[in-house]
Design a protein around this ligand. Structure first.
Ligand SMILES: C[S@@+](CC[C@H](N)C(=O)[O-])C[C@H]1O[C@@H](n2cnc3c(N)ncnc32)[C@H](O)[C@@H]1O
Length: 291
């Protein structure tokens, strides 16, 4: 397990995933009843964008300036409607963490975004397998009510925690894709999750490094005969660009009512804002249509 999210925090993929995630959670919270939020691959929760660059022995170009950096720089009136809520949460987190600079410094991972929105009736479970990352995550949430941090395999937690006692759940499955069989493991975990809890909302992040692998995964999901499934994809560059991660997707199973329209507006806006080379585009596709 060599992956550290630090170097990628706040990049275009985080922006897309987190902006959609915020809308998803808000939509599920339209009903008063509490939900279980399970983050299967939670990361460390908080990222110091300055420290990541300073500690990078490979001296890579930081990724956040082409992600959250671009949104941050927008004049308030130019922030697309669907992104305002997410951006306000990130700005608030950064300010509370003590940053007084003009540029972003502290970026919230999915656990802190979920916590910022959680109501007293909601329950949050964060799984992180890497001991050091999990230690940092545990320290972030020490003593906070309704939050459980588990140093555990996120896929095992899907089996262990579903069905939830709340009878409502949002799962974020956001693996690092270090292992060649990550898509297969995701599909297996989804099959198990759906078998135990078919009405849950599942959000799965996936990279668009090889179109064929993503398509095979979407096909595998289709073959599970799952509930309605919406694939949202963002290309930041065309197929010929010399960029390894040219785009990413978020697959949402059981999306809430009217989520498609909101999500479509978000990915369309991001294709304009986060383009890194010619050929940037947004795609929205029902993998399994709504009935
Ligand atoms: C992409 S990062 C997560 C980012 C986080 N969801 C966010 O949006 O802020 C993936 C994380 O999964 C962790 N990880 C890898 N394999 C895992 C597994 N089987 N179960 C749980 N966590 C795992 C890695 O250590 C890494 O911190």
């Amino acid at each position: 397990m060599n992956y550290r999210h630090h170097f990628h925090a706040g990049n275009f993929a985080d922006v897309m995933k987190h902006a959609l995630f915020v809308r998803l959670l808000r939509a599920l919270q339209r009903k008063e009843k509490g939900i279980l939020y399970l983050d299967t691959h939670a990361g460390r929760g908080r990222y110091d964008l300055a420290a990541a660059a300073a500690g990078d022995t490979l001296a890579r170009r930081p990724e956040w300036p082409d992600g959250i950096g671009r949104l941050w720089a927008l004049p308030a009136g130019d922030v697309p409607a669907g992104l305002g809520d997410y951006l306000a949460l990130v700005r608030d987190f950064d300010r509370r963490a003590g940053n007084l600079d003009g540029a972003p410094r502290f970026y919230p991972g999915s656990p802190w975004l979920a916590h910022a929105l959680a109501r007293p009736v909601d329950r949050l479970v964060f799984c992180e397998k890497h001991p050091a990352e999990c230690g940092a995550l545990r320290a972030e949430f020490a003593g906070l009510p309704r939050v459980a941090v588990q140093e555990d395999d996120g896929y095992t937690a899907v089996r262990a925690l579903l069905p939830p006692r709340e009878r409502r759940a949002l799962l974020l499955m956001d693996p690092p894709f270090e292992e060649p069989d990550e898509f297969a493991r995701l599909a297996t975990a989804l099959a198990e999750g759906l078998q135990r809890f078919p009405s849950g909302t599942y959000a799965i992040w996936y990279p668009l490094t090889a179109r064929a692998k993503a398509d095979a995964f979407l096909n595998a999901v289709r073959n599970l005969a799952p509930p309605p499934a919406l694939a949202l994809e963002l290309d930041i560059a065309g197929a010929d660009a010399a960029i390894k991660l040219k785009g990413c997707g978020v697959l949402v199973l059981n999306p809430p009512w009217q989520f498609e329209a909101e999500a479509r507006a978000i990915v369309t806006a991001l294709a304009g804002l986060l383009a890194q080379a010619p050929g940037a585009a947004a795609r929205v596709q029902w993998i399994v249509p709504e009935r």
